[in-house]
Design a protein around this ligand. Structure first.
Ligand code: 3HC
Length: 300
């Protein structure tokens, strides 16, 4: 499918984003960048500050590249209301959760949101591998729940997977697709199976690269160079895993493996060891590579 021409028709005005980690902050930024009023919600002040910093850093990069003026950056950030109170989502017509990739946590957030927003509001989950159906049953209105899976870095990657359950209302799919097009994104629709389309294909490959590294078959640099310069990928698999976050990657693989029992998705043991040791990739400053600062792209 070709990239879409931005359709500026806006189906909603006020958008909620719950969870301002790597993905949530990027998602809040895109909505604000496209003129939406955003309510950005985190569990505590520290999380809120981290989300604010992430957005300031990301938009600051756009300023330094001449893609945004300082005034536009301030306006963009000014469109985001930062809060720790979930009730502040009550007037949002569309609320997206991007909290930690754990079913009970996502169910709790979606369940609480279901009791806060209007009955016709749409609730979306950014899960990358959990069951959207199971998440949706936490609300009184599962037909209004949909998976909306952005890719990292969310402000850059054009694709968004829209995941329908057997009860998602067709009008919800239409409105969400329209919302994504208004951001200049390319929505594709698929059913509710762990990993959806892209992660099912991608993570077998990433996991294989980790096994290759774990088995000392080749250096991290050579594994990455093979795919960058041999196959034209923008990043090698180990650098990409550091970008995704090794904890997130582990959770995705583990969930896909438990659901599909495909050996390709059985997480390479070293991945779990890295996560347990707190080596989570860019966000912790160290993963397969070491970074000068958390979230920096400078490899030491
Ligand atoms: N946040 C925001 N913007 C970023 C960014 C970040 N983390 N990293 C790069 N950018 C922006 C830059 O500002 C620049 O914007 P501009 O064109 O408007 O000036 C643009 O992206 C290109 O950046 P650079 O020129 O500095 O760097 P590259 O050309 O090397 O691109 C990359 C960096 C976009 C990360 C590119 O290497 C890439 O596409 N890598 C592959 C990423 C990928 O595969 N993502 C999918 C992961 S799977 C996933 O997310 C699913 C989930 O469920 C885990």
């Amino acid at each position: 499918m070709d990239a879409v021409t931005p359709d500026t028709t806006r189906p909603f005005e006020r958008i909620g984003v719950v969870g301002l980690g790597t993905m949530g902050a990027g998602i809040a930024e895109i909505f604000a960048r496209n003129g939406y009023e955003v309510v950005g919600i985190e569990i505590n002040d520290a999380g809120l500050e981290r989300g604010r910093q992430h957005i300031a850093h990301s938009t600051g990069r756009a300023v330094s590249r001449g893609k945004l003026t300082e005034e536009e950056q301030a306006e963009l950030i000014g469109r985001i209301t930062f809060t720790t109170d979930l009730q502040d989502a009550k007037d949002c017509q569309f609320v997206m959760e991007a909290v930690i990739e754990q079913l009970p946590v996502k169910q709790e957030v979606i369940g609480r949101l279901g009791a806060i927003v209007a009955p016709d509001a749409i609730l979306a989950t950014n899960t990358s591998s959990l069951s959207v159906t199971e998440i949706s049953t936490a609300t009184p209105n599962p037909g209004r729940v949909v998976g909306v899976h952005f890719f990292n870095p969310a402000p850059v990657q054009a694709l968004v997977e829209v995941v329908r359950t057997v009860v998602t209302e067709p009008e919800v799919l239409d409105k969400v697709s329209q919302l994504l097009r208004s951001l200049g994104k390319t929505p594709i629709v698929c059913g509710d199976k762990a990993g959806f389309i892209a992660n099912t294909l991608l993570f077998g490959y990433l996991n294989h690269a980790v096994s290759m590294y774990e088995g000392k078959y080749a250096s991290r640099e050579d594994i990455d160079a093979a795919m960058r310069f041999g196959c034209g990928y923008p990043m090698g698999p180990l650098a990409l895993l550091d970008l995704i976050g090794l904890d997130t990657a582990y959770e995705i693989l583990d969930t896909m493996y438990k659901q599909g029992r495909d050996r390709l998705h059985a997480p390479a043991p070293i991945l779990k060891q890295y996560v347990t040791a707190g080596l989570l990739g860019r966000k912790s400053g160290r993963g397969f590579y070491t970074y000068e600062a958390p979230d920096s792209r400078v490899v030491v």
